[in-house]
Each structure stands twice: as structure tokens, then as C-alpha cells.
Design a protein around this ligand. Sequence first.
Ligand code: FAD
Length: 394
Amino acid sequence: MATADVLKPDHAAPRRHFIFTEEHERLRESIGSFVERELAPHAAEFEQSTFDDWVFQRMGELGFLGLSMPERYGGQGGDYFCNIVLSEEMAKANCGGLAMGVAVHTDMVMPPLHSFGSEEQKQRFLVPAIRGEQIACLGITEPDAGSDVAGIKTRAVRDGDEYVINGSKTYITNGHRAHFILLVTKTDPDAGYDGFSLFLVPMDTPGVIREKRLEKLGMHASDTALLAFQDVRVPAENLLGQEGKGFYHIMWELQGERLVSACGCVAGAQRCFDQTLRYAQERSAFGRKIASFQTIRHKFADMATKIEAARQMVYATAWRFAAGEYPVREITMSKLFASRVACEVADECLQIHGGAGYMKEYGIERAWRDMRLFRIGAGTDEIMLEVIGRSYGI
Ligand SMILES: Cc1cc2nc3c(=O)[nH]c(=O)nc-3n(C[C@H](O)[C@H](O)[C@H](O)COP(=O)(O)OP(=O)(O)OC[C@H]3O[C@@H](n4cnc5c(N)ncnc54)[C@H](O)[C@@H]3O)c2cc1C
């Protein structure tokens, strides 16, 4: 073999995973530059007082809220991978609460609204949501039922042409700012999994009470609400999907939510890694750059390997999901693995920063606090392990 033909490692070669096309890469550039120019500069202020609603309006104007929604509803008509691009690029703001608030709107409420909604519901809720004129939230969790979704108590009782809803929901992201909620209720408490129904409830309906703004460890840019529903009357046409099939509808929704959370975890971990690598190449101790200590180099090697493994798992699973498969086991594994990797990476990056990692100025402590949610939200680690374990019939 001639010297010129000798293969050299291609570490610096541009990488594009096979799930993405040139078009996705152009979308990535345009969302990435929007996030860096228009959102990231506000991250500190969003952390203080939660992010402003103009974010939704601006993203609606730019077409970023309905990337995979059909054009006839004002969407961009793209595929599922466009949502992955959005979730990855939002990580560039280093403002987990902002990314989460937007993801609840685009990837948790919109997909079931689009899949199960009537034409009238799509015109009334989906179209303004894609434009960023109406903000959505999702109400599953209750003070007495989180992991155990089947244990929820919020009741919807039919009364003529209406349903009357009573109950409460907690930890609801966007709960204070939202114009409508996709609400999980029980319509028949004796029917087991066939007794659940979903409703679209405008938040200005009499009896909807935004009881409390909840304070949190991280995700400070997002608003989190405790909500009460007291004799809330909604017309029967606000039922989303089939009466009695709400549990199955919401389990389907959770798959998309978990996958997009996993993408956000990988992107967030990569962002922390990149920032920390730059830091370690600049910071000196004992007359050397700290990156040159073998222990530090090995930490980076370890993190990079885990991030890459998580990324490949998430992409391969997303590819199957986008192709119409329903790979619940692998989605669950992706969510479990990616969120654990994200927490480990954020912790290791904080350590590599030393005291600076503990200071607000560097943003690493924020990532560390924000990432911690992913092992709880959209299903805890323990529930993910249960789902995976049971999928083997044990
Ligand atoms: C910041 C934030 C934002 C959120 N946003 C939303 C939102 O927008 N909408 C929404 O509906 N919900 C939201 N959630 C709720 C979130 O999905 C729940 O907190 C989560 O599902 C866990 O439920 P829980 O808090 O009731 O915990 P619990 O169910 O009370 O669990 C407590 C502990 O017990 C463990 N456990 C429970 N059951 C089992 C079991 N069978 N085996 C082993 N261990 C078990 C859990 O893993 C956990 O460690 C949000 C939560 C947070 C913190």
C-alpha cells in the first residue's frame, strides 16, 4: 500500500448520521442560529422570571412549532426527524426550562391533537398552536398519582351535551401561561384501562383554577403549575379521540415524549461536553493544561463514549418510530439510558470545572440541575426499568 493510501483517523471529518438529509442539516443551521442569536442571550433572564411568551410567537412566525405538521394546518410538512433537530438545537440555549416548555407544546400536545383530533378541533386548537398564538400544556400527573397513571382521579361526567370535570393536576409545565390543556380524565372508573378519556379544555373556562406556581430545583425558565378543576363544563365536542380510549392514546403520546426527551438529553450532554472540553484546554494547574492530565482525558473519553452510545440508540429507535413501528421497549431504553448519561455527564463536567462549575457564571451548574429532571419526568428510571423488564414477560 502506498503511503498516500494509508487510512488516517477521520476525527475532524464532518459527521452526518444517516437518518438526516441535507434538508435536515439546513433546518439545523437555521434553528441553531435562531437559538444562538435570539434565545441564548436571554437565558439568564428567563431563569429569573421564566421565559417570555414571545418565544412561542416568534417560533410560530419562523415555522418552528409545526415542523412535522401538515401544511394545511400551517405546519411545514416535514418528517419526525425535524422534531429531533428542533430538540437538539434548543439545547444550544443552555436553558432546559425553555426547551421543555417548547417541547411540551410541540411534541407532547400537538401529536395526539393531530392524530386523534377532529377537523374542528384541529382548526380550533392545532392551527393557532402552530402559529404560536395559543400555548398548550399537558395534564396527566395528579397530587396522588404520577407513575401510576391508571390511579388518576380527575373525573369527567357526561351531562347532556357537556362533560363536567372535577379534579386536580400537578407539576404541569406551561400550566400558568397555557391557553388550553390536554387533560387526562376518568370517564368510567369501573372500566379499568378502558375508562379513561382525553379532553381539550380552554384554560379560561370557568372552574379552571391556576392554584399555585411551584418552585423547583432546576428548569427555572419553565413555569410549573398546580391546577384545580371545579365543575368545569366543556362541550362534548372537546373530547379528544375515542371516549374510553384515553389511556391508550396517552401511552402512545408518552412514547414520542420519551424519545424527544432522550434526544434533548443527548444534545444537552454534548453541549456540556463541548463547553467543558474548551475549558479543560484553557485551564492550567501545576503548570499544565488540565486536559493533559490522564485522569481528565479519561473522563472525556468515558463521557464521549457514553454520549455516542446514547445517540446511536436514540437515532436507531427514532428511525424505527418514524417508519411507523411502535418500538416501546427501545424507546424506554433510550429514555432511561440517555437521561442517565446526561446526568452523569453534567456531573462530571461540573467536577472538571472545579469551583467554577459550582458558580452560576459558567452555566454548568444550571445544566446539572436541569438534567436531573430527565430521570423523573416523562416516567422515572424505575418505571422505565419496569416497562423494559416486563417486556420480557417477567
Ligand atoms: C419539573 C417537572 C415538570 C413536569 N411536567 C409535567 C407536565 O407537564 N405534565 C404532567 O402531567 N406531568 C408533569 N410532570 C410529572 C412527572 O411526569 C412525574 O413527576 C413523574 O411521572 C413521577 O411521578 P411522581 O412525581 O408522582 O412520583 P411517584 O409516582 O410518587 O414516584 C415516587 C418514587 O417511587 C418510585 N416508584 C413508583 N412506582 C414504582 C414502581 N412500580 N416500582 C418501583 N418504583 C416505583 C418512582 O420511580 C419514584 O422514585 C413534571 C414533573 C416535574 C418534576
